[in-house]
Structure formats: C-alpha cells, structure tokens
Design a protein around this ligand. Structure first.
Ligand SMILES: Cc1cc2nc3c(=O)[nH]c(=O)nc-3n(C[C@H](O)[C@H](O)[C@H](O)COP(=O)(O)OP(=O)(O)OC[C@H]3O[C@@H](n4cnc5c(N)ncnc54)[C@H](O)[C@@H]3O)c2cc1C
Length: 436
C-alpha cells in the first residue's frame, strides 16, 4: 500500500525531502504542510530581495510541489490548526522541516530599547513576511550598528545603503523601500568580536560591498593581517579566507568621502551595552584580542553613535509541541535525522541555522532513505484523513493552484524591472486565492 508522508515546512529542507522521496521507485504520497499560504520558507522571506538569482530555485521547488504524488497544504499551522500527534496518527511518517525562524539575543543591557531589531525580524520585515510586515523599525537615524560578521549582516547593510535604482530589480516591498529611502542613514557599522580571518562572509557577498553605487566600504588597515597565517583549514577554506582578506585590503584603501554612504567593517570589538533612554543612542563596545582562537576583552572601551542596532548573530528554533527539543542547541535531537518512531527532522531544525540552501539537500536525501528503510508498506490513511480534519475545523487550505494564483498576481503586479510585488498579509493572500 502507498506510504503516506507528511512534511511540516515547505522551505528548502522540506522541498528537498519531497524531491528525494519522489526519486525513489516506492509508491509514496507526500503532503507538504506550511503555516503560510506561500511556500519556500527563507528562500522567499530570508534571501535578500536584491539576490533574485538565488531565489530562482523556487521554480524547481514549485515543480516538486506540483508533482501528482505531492499535495501542498498552505495556511495550515502545525500546533495551531493541527497537532503533531494528530499528524503522526494519520501518516506513516512525519518529517519536521520547520526551520529556526527566531533571533538569538545578544544578552547585553539595553537590548529592550526601541531601535533594536534582530536580523530575523528585520530581514522578515524587508522581505514582506506577513508576521513582520508591521515591525515598523525606527530608521530615523544616520548610523546603524549591525552586529555579526556573516552574510546576513552584509545583506542587511547592503539593503540599507542601496538606493531605489539599485533595488529596482528586487522584490523589496514598497513600504520597506519607502522607509529605507526616506531614512537619513549614511553609515552602517558591521561589527565582529573576532578578526577578519574568522569572519564568515563568502567572498562573492563581500566583494559586492565594493561595487555599490553610492556607498564605500571601509576597514582600518591596522586590523588586517598581512596574510591568513597558519590556519587549520582545508585548502578551499584557506583560499576563501585569502580572497576575503584581499577584498578587505581593497576596502582599506577606500576614501570615506568618495560616496555619500559608508559601510565600516569593525573587527575585534565586543558589544557590551546598548546606550540611550527608551530609544537607542549608541553602542558601547570593548576591544578584543584573540587568545587560543577566542575573543577576549582587553579592558579598552569605545562607543559608536547610532540609533539602530541589528544583531545578526544567528537564528534559533523553538520547540514543536509533541517533539523532543534540545534547549541548549535549539534543535530537535536526532540520530542522523531520526527523531522518534517514524518521526524525522531535516534542515535548520535538525542541524541548527548554518549553511546555504543546498546544505539542506543531503538532509532530505538521508530522511527519505531512513523513511523507506523504516516503513515497508503504508498502513495509515494520510491525505484523506488530513483533508477531513481540516475541513471539520474549517481551515482554508491553500493548495498548489492557490499558490500559483498568488504567484501570478504578484508577478503581474510588479513594476517593470521587478520580479514580483509581494502580498503583505495572509488575509490579502487568501482573498487573492478566493478571487476577491
Ligand atoms: C537572512 C538569510 C539570508 C539567506 N540567504 C541565503 C542565500 O543568499 N543563499 C543561500 O543559499 N542560503 C541563504 N540562506 C540560508 C537558507 O535560507 C537556509 O539554509 C534554508 O532556508 C533553511 O531551510 P529550512 O527548510 O530548514 O528552513 P526555512 O527556510 O525556514 O523553512 C521552514 C518552513 O517551515 C514553515 N513552518 C514553520 N513552523 C511551522 C509550523 N508550525 N507549521 C507549518 N509550517 C511551519 C515556515 O513557514 C517555513 O516555510 C539565508 C538565510 C537567512 C536567514
């Protein structure tokens, strides 16, 4: 009998899992459930709006979701509309692919002031995630501190300093474009506790910061070593570090006043306090030095005047009711993707928030392999039971045809160079699906 699999989450990890199951020659019925009407997780709501080439993988995943063996159940929140226990009763196997959508806290004083927004919230805001559309960040400041030295920090800085023309071929929503273009921001500080060699930027993203129309990237030459030194890395990773160092050396030669805006890379600086009254007025930092690979404080402090602080220090998951949770690592504990009897985890909820979209592909392949090893033949009703329960609860499910309607309207409403004009609220998405 057909094996029924429910995948909770339609981000890369969920879609790669569906893909891997489809490639097997076993008869499987796959239902992909997402809390939002729109699929694809952080591809839609995390990847920067001006990096449309990266978002093109949505097309491939759209084909996966439209496969005759797959059904998309959008606008169904597991936890609110249906429980994990109910799904496990209905399906032969259930896969958790819910990601890690929340911010880690900095854990310093002043973090509750107006003007502090974690990157998960801020990125969700400028990507029109319906939960964050109303964040309304206080952008009435000349200077911004972005804490963290990975690609997300660079994305945030870049989106804040590009002008309207540079964002014309993006899907930045109009409310975010207006707020950013009307803001007086001229200086963005990207701050890392450790040094340039330890920074996690990829070189393509870092180099892009040297090619902005109205913004120069700057770094203090004294913070750059002559070479990457004797690092314990693969040749490939060492080459990446060398390329990053060379790019930063170019930035060290930039002139601050060549262009009206500046991104400052600040290394060896650990935030200790967010300053101000109710609203952010500055950031106090302690100079650090590296000892045995760790950043340690030197006792020397300095301040950056800024009205906005965006910690980009990593994402975290929260527990899924009915599944175990490792509070320290913020993941569902698993043995190579196996969580419990016929319950599996893939992607960021399995491994934590690291890697690129393609890093989730092996997770999907491994989960599919385990499922087909553990479940020899289907015993549970799967889709028919899910449909019945959702109908009983009057949940408006957005299926693949519904998503395609949303996508068509978004594409057709876009300005000439832009790929789409995103819907901003779930109500508007549902109205579009209903044809109203
Ligand atoms: C800001 C940012 C920028 C990035 N940029 C790039 C990039 O340029 N290139 C690149 O390769 N990688 C990029 N990445 C990494 C990439 O996005 C991740 O590797 C990937 O999205 C993780 O996949 P996932 O499926 O585990 O989680 P997610 O993509 O977060 O997907 C999880 C899905 O689960 C759904 N969900 C959550 N809870 C529930 C629930 N209770 N019920 C039903 N559904 C639920 C969510 O709505 C979501 O659709 C970026 C990440 C971030 C944060």
């Amino acid at each position: 009998m057909t094996i029924s699999v429910a995948i909770i989450g339609s981000g890369p990890a969920g879609c790669y899992t569906a893909d891997a199951l489809l490639k097997s020659d076993v008869d499987v019925q796959i239902d992909v459930i997402d809390r939002l009407p729109t699929p694809f997780g952080l591809i839609r709501a995390g990847v920067a709006p001006d990096h449309q080439t990266t978002k093109k993988i949505q097309k491939k995943f759209g084909t996966t979701l439209a496969d005759p063996s797959v059904r998309y159940f959008g606008n169904v929140d597991v936890g609110r509309d249906i429980s994990l226990a109910e799904l496990r009763d209905m399906y032969d196997a259930v896969v958790l692919a819910v990601g890690a959508p929340y911010d880690h806290k900095l854990g310093i004083s002043g973090e509750d002031k107006t003007g502090v927004y974690g990157s998960a919230s801020f990125v969700g805001w400028y990507n029109a995630h319906p939960d964050l559309r109303d964040l309304n960040p206080a952008l009435d400041t000349k200077a911004v501190a972005v804490i963290g030295v990975g690609n997300v920090a660079i994305d945030v800085a870049r989106v804040l300093v590009k002008d309207e023309a540079e964002m014309a071929d993006s899907d930045l929503p109009a409310y975010a474009a207006k707020a950013i273009q009307n803001s007086p921001i001229t200086d963005v500080y990207i701050i890392g506790r450790r040094g340039p060699i330890e920074a996690k930027f990829t070189n393509v993203e870092l180099r892009e910061m040297g090619k902005l129309e109205h913004c120069v990237s700057l770094v203090d030459a004294d913070q750059l070593p002559d070479d990457v030194g004797d690092v314990d890395l693969s040749d490939r990773d060492k080459r990446l570090k060398e390329r990053n160092l060379n790019t930063l050396k170019e930035f060290a030669n930039s002139k601050p006043n060549d262009k009206p805006k500046r991104v400052h890379f600040v290394f060896y600086a650990s935030p200790v306090e967010i300053l101000g009254g109710d609203k952010v007025e500055g950031l106090k930092l302690e100079r650090t030095k590296i000892e045995e690979g760790r950043a340690v404080g030197t006792g020397e402090f300095f301040e950056i005047d800024c009205g906005l602080v965006i910690p980009a220090i990593g994402y975290r998951a929260t527990p899924v009711e009915g599944a175990p949770f490792d509070e320290r690592r913020c993941v569902v504990p698993n043995d190579d993707g196996r969580v419990d009897d016929r319950l599996y985890a893939v992607g960021w909820i399995k491994r934590g928030p690291t890697g690129v979209i393609a890093t989730n592909r092996p997770d999907g392949e491994i989960a599919a392999k385990h499922i087909l090893e553990d479940v020899q033949s289907g015993e549970k009703p799967g889709r028919s039971a899910l449909k019945k329960l959702l109908a009983k609860k009057s949940i408006q499910v957005v299926d693949i045809a519904g998503w395609q309607k949303i996508e068509k309207i978004e594409n057709e409403s876009a300005k000439p160079q832009a790929p789409r004009l995103k819907f901003e609220t779930v109500d508007d998405m549902l109205a579009a699906v209903n044809g109203s």
